[in-house]
Design a protein around this ligand. Structure first.
Ligand code: B12
Ligand code: SF4
Length: 596
């Protein structure tokens, strides 16, 4: 582990330092083929850092530009840099890795700006795993984030500059009120492009007091969003903002629904390649809305031609050797299976992800976007995400999940699917319905990497004030069974995620004997035994120790399509088959052109 304050910190940079220094925690800045390294860092506790060191022995070896600045930085940092370049000259601004701060922070520095994704690990799908292992606030990423803040706090020039934090994890500092502890002057919520952000930097540079928290406006026009013109971590380039499905717990959906212009996306892709990146990933909440935002077609009927055209241009850009998907929703796979097939043909050859036991691709390549499953309970789904499966009714949510997953798996998409455990008001019946869905998925031989996480009320969402389960000890036997069943299923084919099995094997029975039975309470015991395979599941079911999942009656794609309202029929693509019998094709109403 690096020491929090490098020895060079006390020596002033020869040029007096840069006026504005941008940085991000090391663990959020590191680049690697595929996203898994950072996801693991977000989920494993610091005492398991050795697992990362063994898997990625060189993970700390980052690349620098000639002047010592960072060769790559998270997309958020790059956009702050671009936003500031509208007002300050390039020599006033630098983006550097934490270990290089002492080279750039000097008597001339007036702002140190930190971009952070998940600094304290209090978000969903992060805190839960570390808390099961007994140290809820210290995932690896959180440890390195705190180390970065400690380094800034200890700077001999700290009195001369303001520390401004932004990015999707800024709210964690607000919510935990850790301003003093982390030495943060101001947290900005919102985008750097905003004129209010620039105004804040102006004030900081003039030495004025800053408010603790500033909310700045999101640009409403697609043209107002800036794009990186240097290299980003994982080659992240934004594709859309917002979503439109309006799940109550969701933060990104609060942003305006925008699909960003293709030529700007392509410029940023080429800029990444020019600066040495071989990997590209388009950041989005739902890739399938791109090309269909504010058109005459509802956004949940994907614009097949536009998407294929965009992804084709990206993977065929000279220098792009790898491409990774970020987030999407599952209903589009039921709406347009041919789109999934065409995207697979394009994207699989450039995917760095290999699932040897699952993929039918000759090189065993696979695509693994993140998709929200959240719950199998229709009652719960209606309450928290009534439009998650549009155009299909939320009543059909389990069928949409299973049918969508069938289409995805057939095309070598093996998504990571998140589930929320402990939603406010969740009853045993709700959990049983989710367990039913998980067993049905297993019965059908479908595969998704299931990531259950404990409900986290995210800042600013419509569920901000609600509380569900807050500690692992409060989980019921059924909630534990759901969590452990998901992980047991994830391990089925053995090695899709190297860190999941590793984390769980280490934590299994030995850990239970050592400390987990005290930490997680008695409700954890039988589900853990189920997970470990020590007693067959059927025996435990007969003994009444675990719940036996019931088979579900699942609608086929044809039945799902038949359940759509006639007003939706014109947007269906006849080449997918299963058209409603009454449908008489006129012209295909889908916008058949690429996005302008
Ligand atoms: C790509 C991505 C990833 C990638 C890559 C991350 C990376 N380091 O580059 C991977 C897969 C690794 C990842 C991992 C995780 N992610 Co993520 N990720 C995203 C995604 C899709 C895009 C992020 C992005 O680059 N956007 C584009 C940039 C430009 O936007 P931005 O960073 O927000 O920056 C803008 C503003 O925030 C602001 N800004 C940013 N920094 C600063 C700094 C200052 C000083 C100022 C003034 C402004 C400012 O200006 C920028 C625009 O101009 C977002 C969803 C989304 N649409 O944002 C989720 C998202 C950020 N991730 C999320 C989560 C939960 C995670 C994980 C915890 C999941 C997990 N358990 O593994 C981990 C945490 C990783 C870690 N290191 O700890 C949540 C965040 C929730 C939260 N923070 O509470 C989001 C919102 C997804 C969601 N649906 O909820 N993620
Ligand atoms: S589908 Fe995903 S991104 Fe869209 S609103 Fe729901 S949770 Fe948010």
């Amino acid at each position: 582990m690096s020491s929090p304050i490098p020895a060079s910190a006390t020596q002033a940079p020869a040029d007096g330092g840069r006026l504005i220094v941008l940085t991000a925690p090391l663990t959020e800045a590191i680049d690697h083929a595929g996203y898994f390294i950072q996801m693991a860092m977000a989920s494993l506790p610091i005492w398991m850092e050795g697992v990362i060191n063994r898997k990625y022995p060189k993970w700390r070896e980052v690349e620098h530009n000639e002047d010592g600045s960072a060769r790559y930085m998270p997309a958020g940092v790059r956009l702050v840099e671009k936003s500031l370049q509208r007002e300050y000259c390039n020599d006033d601004i630098v983006a550097c890795f934490p270990d290089d701060l002492a080279k750039f922070v000097g008597p001339r520095t007036r702002v140190v700006a930190v971009s952070t994704h998940n600094p304290l690990g209090v978000t969903f799908a992060a805190g839960v795993y570390t808390s099961i292992f007994g140290s809820s606030r210290m995932p690896i990423n959180s440890h390195y984030s705190r180390e970065l803040f400690a380094q800034i706090k200890a700077s001999p020039y700290r009195d001369n500059f303001k520390v401004i934090v932004g990015g999707s994890g800024g709210w964690q500092i607000i919510q935990t009120d850790t301003y003093e502890e982390l030495s943060v002057d101001c947290v900005v919520e919102g985008r750097s492009e905003s004129v209010d952000t620039l105004e804040l930097f102006r004030k900081a540079i003039q030495g004025e007091e800053l408010p603790r928290r500033v909310e700045v406006k999101h640009p409403l026009e697609r043209e107002a969003n800036l794009f990186p013109d240097t290299r980003t971590t994982f080659g992240v380039v934004e594709m859309t903002t917002g979503c439109g499905r309006r799940c109550k717990f969701c933060v990104p959906d609060l942003n305006p629904q925008i699909d960003l212009p293709k030529e700007k996306i392509m410029d940023a892709v080429r800029a990444n390649v020019r600066h040495g990146n071989k990997q590209i990933s388009l950041a989005t909440e739902d890739m399938f809305i791109w090309g269909q935002v504010h058109t005459d077609t509802p956004f949940y009927f994907p614009n097949r031609e536009a998407l294929v055209d965009l992804y084709s241009d990206i993977v065929n850009t000279p220098g792009v050797e790898q491409h990774v998907l970020s987030h999407c929703t599952i209903a589009p796979a039921v709406v347009d299976p041919l789109l999934i097939k065409q995207l697979s043909d394009l994207l699989l050859p450039k995917s760095p992800i290999h699932f040897p036991y699952l993929s039918s691709h000759p090189e065993k390549k696979a695509l693994a976007p993140l998709i929200g499953l959240e719950t199998g309970s229709i009652r719960m789904a209606k309450q928290i995400m009534s439009s998650k499966g549009v155009p299909f009714s939320i009543e059909d949510w389990p069928s949409v999940v299973l049918e969508g997953l069938r289409v995805l798996n057939e095309n070598n998409w093996f998504p990571a699917m998140t589930l929320i455990v402990g939603n406010p008001g969740e009853t045993d019946e709700d959990v049983m319905e989710t367990i039913d869905l998980v067993y049905e998925l297993e019965r059908r031989g479908l595969f998704a990497f299931l990531i259950p996480s404990i409900f986290t009320p995210l800042h600013d969402t419509r569920m901000e004030k609600e509380t569900g389960v807050t500690q692992t000890r409060q989980l019921t036997p059924l909630q534990w069974q759901l969590m452990m069943k998901c992980w047991k299923m994830n391990l089925r084919p053995g090695q899709y995620s190297w860190w999941g099995p590793m984390a769980w094997r280490v934590g299994s029975i030995g850990m239970w004997l050592y400390k987990l039975r005290r930490l997680n309470g008695p409700n954890f015991t039988w589900p853990l035994l189920m997970f470990s395979g020590a007693i067959p599941e059927k025996t435990m079911q007969r003994m009444g120790k675990i719940y036996r999942g019931k088979p579900l009656r699942v609608k086929t794609r044809r039945e799902l399509i038949a359940s759509l309202k006639p007003r939706d029929w014109p947007y269906l693509r006849a080449d997918n088959g299963d058209m409603p019998i009454e449908y008489v094709p006129r012209i295909d109403a889908q916008a058949m052109t690429a996005q302008p």
